[in-house]
Design a binder for this molecule. Structure first.
Ligand code: BV8
Length: 291
C-alpha cells in the first residue's frame, strides 16, 4: 500500500487539476449506511425504486417523507471523519481540486470543503413537489468536527442548509408523518434530492463532467459505480487523459477504467494520502526555496 500511496501522491502533486468523486462509502465511517452493504444498507430495508422516486412519493407521501425524515435525523447526528477533513485540506493545498459527490448528507461541507458539487442534491434542503419552490426555513448551521459552523459556499451546489425540517418529531419513536405543505403553493414538501428517474441538476452535471474531462487525476472514493450517470465519470476522465485512482475496501465495477487501486476505508486511506501529498509539496517548496 505504501508504494501505491506514493504513486498516487506523485500523480496528485504533479497534476494541474484534480477531481475527487465520492459515493456512499465515503460516509460509512461517519455512521451513515451505504446503499449496497448487505448488512446495514438502506436498500436492505427498503425498495429504493419504491421510496427514492417521485412515483413512490406520490403513491405514499407519508411513507417516503417519514423515510427521509428518519434518514435526516440519523445524518444530523453524524459528523465528518478524518477522510472528509483530509479532502478539505487537500482542496486548500492543491492548485485545483473539484469535489463531486453523490452523497446527500452535507458532510463534505461540514468538514470545510468550500466547493462541493452535489450530483444528487441534499437531504438537508427541501422543495415542493409541484413547483420546486425551495423551502426557506431557518438555516441550520452545520456542526463540523470541532463544533464550529462549516463554510457554506454560495454556489448553491454545496450542502446549504436552509430548511430546517418542519414538524420533525422530537420524540425518539419515529412515528410516520405527513409531508408539510409548501408555504407558497400548498403542494407537499419533498427532499431536494435527485430521485431515480429524475434528471441530475444541470449545473452540477456541467461542472462535474467538465471537471472530469479536463482533470489530470480523478480520485474516486467509496462508490460501487452502480448508479448512472455518476458511474460514467471515470470513463470521462480516462478519455480526457486522466489517471484514475480508486479508494475502496473492495474494487468497484469500473471495467478497467481504474489505473491505481488504494484498498482500504476512506477514513484511513485519505489521511495517509494527504500525508504523502503534504510531504511532497513540502519537499518541492524546500527545493524551490534553495534554487
Ligand atoms: C437519470 C439520492 C436521466 C436519493 C440517489 C444509464 C444512464 C442514465 C440513467 C440510468 C442508466 N441506467 C440506469 C439508469 C437509471 C438510474 C440508475 O442508475 N439506476 C441504477 C439502480 C441502475 N439512474 C437514474 O435514475 C438517475 N437519473 O439518469 O436521469 C434519466 C431519466 C429517466 C430515465 C433514464 C435516464 C438518478 C440517479 C440518482 C438517484 N439518487 N440518491 C437518495 O439518496 O435517497 S442514488 C444513491 O445511490 C446515492 O446517491 C448513490 O448515488 C447511490 C449509491 O451508490 P454509491 O454511492 O456508489 O454507494 P453504494 O452503496 O452503491 O456503494 C458503496 C461503496 O462504498 C461500495 O463500493 C463499498 O465497497 C464502498 N465502501 C464501503 N465502506 C467504505 C467504502 N468505501 C470507502 N470507505 C469505506 N469505509
Amino acid at each position: 500500500m505504501k508504494e501505491a500511496l506514493g504513486r498516487a501522491a506523485d500523480w496528485i502533486v504533479a497534476a494541474e487539476r484534480v477531481v475527487v468523486s465520492t459515493g456512499a462509502g465515503m460516509s460509512k465511517e461517519s455512521g451513515i449506511p451505504t446503499f449496497r452493504d448487505a448488512m446495514d444498507g438502506l436498500w436492505a430495508e427498503y425498495d429504493p425504486t419504491e421510496l427514492a422516486t417521485e412515483a413512490g412519493f406520490r403513491k405514499d407521501p407519508r411513507r417516503v417523507w417519514s423515510w427521509y425524515a428518519h434518514r435526516r435525523r440519523m445524518i444530523e447526528a453524524c459528523r465528518p471523519h478524518a477522510g472528509h477533513f483530509a479532502l478539505a485540506q487537500m482542496e486548500r493545498l492543491l492548485p485545483s481540486l473539484l469535489l463531486v459527490t453523490q452523497n446527500i448528507d452535507g458532510l463534505h461541507a461540514a468538514a470545510g470543503s468550500a466547493d462541493v458539487v452535489e450530483l444528487h442534491g441534499s437531504i438537508r434542503r427541501l422543495k415542493c413537489l409541484d413547483h420546486a419552490h425551495p423551502f426557506a426555513g431557518a438555516p441550520v448551521p452545520v456542526e463540523n468536527g470541532d463544533g464550529g459552523a462549516a463554510a457554506a459556499d454560495d454556489t448553491g451546489l454545496s450542502g446549504d442548509l436552509a430548511g430546517r425540517v418542519p414538524n420533525a418529531p422530537a420524540s425518539t419513536e419515529e412515528e410516520e408523518e405527513d409531508p408539510p405543505p409548501c408555504p407558497v403553493c400548498g403542494s407537499p414538501l419533498r427532499p431536494d434530492v435527485v430521485w431515480f428517474g429524475e434528471m441530475l441538476p444541470e449545473r452540477a452535471v456541467e461542472r462535474a463532467w467538465a471537471g472530469a474531462e479536463r482533470c489530470d487525476v480523478l480520485l474516486m472514493v467509496g462508490t460501487s459505480g452502480t448508479v448512472w450517470p455518476a458511474a460514467e465519470l471515470p470513463r470521462v476522465a480516462r478519455a480526457g487523459g486522466a489517471r484514475v485512482v480508486e479508494v475502496n475496501p473492495e474494487a468497484g465495477d469500473f471495467a478497467g477504467a481504474v489505473d491505481l487501486f488504494l484498498q482500504g476505508p476512506a477514513g484511513q486511506v485519505l489521511p495517509a494520502l494527504l500525508d504523502c501529498v503534504g510531504r511532497r509539496l513540502g519537499a518541492q517548496r524546500g527545493r524551490q526555496g534553495q534554487s
